[in-house]
Design a binder for this molecule. Structure first.
Ligand SMILES: Nc1ncnc2c1ncn2[C@@H]1O[C@H](COP(=O)(O)OS(=O)(=O)O)[C@@H](OP(=O)(O)O)[C@H]1O
Ligand SMILES: Nc1ncnc2c1ncn2[C@@H]1O[C@H](COP(=O)(O)OP(=O)(O)O)[C@@H](O)[C@H]1O
Length: 487
């Protein structure tokens, strides 16, 4: 372990890495990357990329790096904080480096305080402590990314019996609902051999499937696994990697080694597409596929389409009809859908969440991104967010789409009412003021509106009555399966 004892730094600059960066920091601090002292220097990165080895010849699959703003990389020491602003770690930035794209910190990482507020802290002792607490003998490690179905559980039991091993499960804390995967893993405990250990790890993908799996082998070894169960062929792993044995479902719906079940007596399982379709449609998973507690958690992790959160984002000029359509859509949904709806209207938000922001390009961008942040939270928790800001810039709309898309569904509706008509309506007299020069930076008159090229639906309210506009939005929501069809 290369992480030294507590440090409290008060006078060094602070950086909040993104969630992916923070998960690497946590794994470094937890001793899950045992070959590393901290973030890699340029020569180490090059060596790992080219040969899968650190410069001293130690095998290591993935460059663990931290991008920061240019000026930060010039400091000798940087404190890393989590999203709540709590100190997590200190980087002694001994070998910062720059490539064409970004600046990077490089150097040893140590904890900022003994009491780090880590996700699921009580379930996650550091790797050496987990290793020391495992029973003696072989340990079969596994870093699942989805709940354990009955076939996989049968494979684990079979391998454990063969190797005389205990089980170490390292469910990955990634994706929009990581805690649901942890619950699903615990839900399978009754079907796992006695003495099974579960330690959630924030092990994320670094963008290369093969190297990611090799990294999982290193992490599993750091936590004390002597073998790794993996579907993939993993070369140069620090511990033997075992393929899951082929299993077949017999006439009594038990999963047994395929060799023991004559071909004529095998029943077929669910393929990936069938599984996704069942989950999306909210159909029960069969008992032979997953036990009831596991199936329940599985459907929480992957709720049916009509129970997942979604965001409808109206964009368009002032007076285009965004607020009117947003309100009508909310009222329609109230009659046919059980999800809670949060309306984030431009005018209303500017009096609350975004009070104090003006209409400069920067302030509009902040305004729209804040709305997107809230919409993503609503969506993550299975609600419906309806947003109705002007949102004149494509980059901000793309940011919202990406943010929401990570946790649920997103629909962009361009309320493309021509400027002429918006100006004719001029409900608030703002166009008249803008034309007279009394109101500067007015969208469509003296400030830009970038027409979306990625709208899921385009509505011109000068041609279509409100009722038809809303009907089109609802029809699309139904077509996509996010709202149930009329029964
Ligand atoms: N300069 C200028 N440009 C555009 N709009 C202005 C401006 N000043 C005030 N208003 C009023 O603010 C409402 C738009 O706020 P938004 O938050 O939707 O705008 S933005 O997305 O941040 O561009 C907008 O409301 P809507 O008419 O509902 O769109 C206007 O009433
Ligand atoms: N088909 C339509 N859809 C939406 N609004 C319409 C439509 N036809 C007329 N309007 C009128 O246009 C105005 C739009 O105002 P509003 O909804 O506040 O627009 P925005 O929020 O885009 O500024 C309202 O007075 C509304 O009654």
């Amino acid at each position: 372990m290369h992480v030294s004892a507590n440090a409290t730094e008060s006078d060094c600059p602070v950086w909040v890495p993104d969630p992916a960066g923070l998960s690497d920091v946590e794994l470094l601090l937890d001793g899950a990357f045992p070959c590393l002292h901290g973030f890699l220097a340029a020569d180490e990165v090059e060596s790992v990329r080219n040969s899968g080895e650190l410069p001293d010849g130690t095998r290591w699959p993935v460059p663990i790096v931290l991008e920061v703003p240019d000026d930060l990389a010039r400091h000798e020491r940087v404190e890393l904080r989590d999203e709540e602003g709590a100190p997590v770690a200190v980087v002694d930035n001994v070998s910062p480096w720059w490539d064409g794209r970004a600046a990077h910190l490089a150097g040893p990482v140590r904890p900022a305080s003994a009491e780090r507020g880590r996700t699921l802290r009580t379930l996650r002792p550091p790797a050496p402590a987990v290793r020391a607490g495992l029973p003696p003998g072989p340990v079969l490690g596994l870093a699942p990314q989805r709940p354990l179905d009955r076939r996989r559980l049968a494979q684990i039991r079979h391998l454990c019996a063969e190797l005389g091993a205990t089980v170490l499960l390292l469910p990955r804390l990634t994706g929009p609902r990581p805690q649901a995967l942890v619950r699903a893993t615990f839900a399978a405990m009754a079907e796992l051999p006695g003495g099974t250990t579960v330690v959630p790890v924030p092990l994320r993908s670094h963008g290369d499937g093969k190297r990611d799996e090799l990294l999982a082998a290193h992490v599993a070894a750091a936590y004390g696994a002597t073998h790794l169960l993996s579907e993939q062929v993993v070369e140069h792993a620090p511990i033997p990697v075992v393929e899951p044995p082929e299993m077949a479902r017999d006439q009594a719906d038990r999963w047994r080694p395929a060799a023991d079940v004559p071909a004529a007596q095998r029943r077929r399982g669910l393929d990936e597409d069938e599984l996704s379709e069942r989950l999306a449609a909210g159909k029960e998973l069969p008992g032979w596929f997953a036990s009831e507690p596991v199936a329940r958690e599985w459907s929480r992790l992957s709720p049916p389409l009509h129970r997942r959160g979604f965001t409808v984002f109206f964009t368009g000029l002032s007076g285009a009809g965004k607020s009117t359509l947003a309100r009508e859509l909310r009222d329609e949904l109230a009659q046919c859908d059980a999800r809670e709806v949060t309306l984030l209207d431009g005018d209303v938000v500017r009096r609350s969440l975004c009070a104090g922001l003006g209409f400069s390009a920067e302030d509009r961008s902040r305004n729209v991104r804040r709305i997107g942040w809230v919409a993503a939270e609503v969506t993550r928790h299975g609600g419906v967010a309806i947003c109705a800001p002007i949102a004149p810039y494509g980059a901000d709309r793309a940011d919202v789409r990406a943010r929401v898309g990570e946790v649920g569904e997103f629909l962009l509706v361009h309320v493309a009412t021509p400027l002429r008509e918006c100006e004719r309506r001029d409900r608030k007299g703002l166009y008249a003021r803008a034309r007279s020069g009394d109101l500067p930076q007015f969208t469509g008159v003296s400030a830009p509106y970038e027409s979306p090229e990625d709208a899921d639906l385009v509505l011109d309210t000068s041609r279509l009555p409100v009722r038809d506009c809303v009907a089109q939005v609802l029809a699309l929501l139904r077509e996509r399966g996010w709202v149930r069809p009329w029964t």
